[in-house]
Design a protein around this ligand. Structure first.
Ligand code: GLP
Length: 240
């Protein structure tokens, strides 16, 4: 695992976006694994800037999102479908048919997991973006998830619902279930970039870098991958 420490969120977003911009320039038809949450917002802004300057195009890029809440329609402002359109897709030239996000609107969610998993198995991700939950989750793979897990429906940990309630009016509105790529799907990516900023992530980053590899801490699975770059700001690195 390569660890890059930067000063602040601004620098984190610059360094991380450069990795994505370089890949899109080098391989315009690359497969990108994308993430939601607050962490990637600055990076997405930089990608939009780069697109607007004419440096990169998403015309032939295919995207694969990590996860999606269950119980929310796609047009709910907190669905990850809405999040991705609002923060990236609506501002670049990505083709709608190249956007892949688990769809929890369908009636048979198990079937949807199988469909999404088949899509992932048929399209190797060149570069996967990850944030990290304060409890070490990646995607929505909560502590205790098997490292061999594939796309599935998971129950969100109380800690995760607590952390994400800031986006909703109350904890009762935060969905209890989600569809997520499994840890195996994430590890199948050719390269992975994990970004973390702020004091709230310091403990998780310390466990990731100095702790053992254990299913109790999902992000530790990344230590079994040959090409992972962890980019952290000073606050996230403060317990190292
Ligand atoms: C969310 C997402 C993850 C994300 C994490 C951290 O619940 N499912 O993909 O990495 O939690 O979010 P944030 O970046 O807002 O701290």
């Amino acid at each position: 695992m390569k660890v890059i420490k930067v000063k602040d969120y601004q620098e984190l977003s610059e360094v991380a976006s450069k990795i994505f911009i370089d890949l899109i320039k080098e391989k315009p038809d690359c497969n990108l694994g994308l993430a939601t949450g607050s962490s990637p917002l600055g990076l997405y802004e930089k990608l939009i800037e780069s697109y607007k300057k004419g440096e990169i195009s998403f015309k032939n890029v295919k995207t694969y999102n990590l996860d999606e809440y269950c119980e929310l329609p796609r047009n709910h402002e907190q669905s990850y479908f809405s999040f991705m359109h609002r923060n990236l897709f609506d501002h670049v030239d990505v083709s709608p048919e190249n956007i892949n996000i688990p769809n929890s609107e369908v009636e048979d969610l198990e079937k949807e997991c199988e469909r999404y998993n088949n899509v992932l198995n048929a399209n190797k991700i060149d570069l996967q973006l990850l944030g990290i939950g304060a409890n070490g989750h990646i995607g929505f793979n909560e502590p205790g998830t098997s490292f061999t897990s594939q796309t599935s429906i998971i129950e969100l940990a109380e800690k995760t619902r607590e952390d994400n309630k800031r986006f909703f009016n109350s904890i009762d509105e935060v969905p209890k279930y989600a569809i997520t790529m499994g840890i195996k799907n994430i590890l199948d990516a050719k390269a992975i970039v994990l970004i973390a900023n702020g004091k709230n992530k310091a403990d998780a980053i310390n466990k990731l870098i100095n702790g053992e590899v254990t299913e109790d801490f999902p992000a530790s699975a990344l230590k079994n991958h040959p090409n992972v770059t962890v980019i952290i700001d000073e606050e996230a690195a403060s317990l190292l």
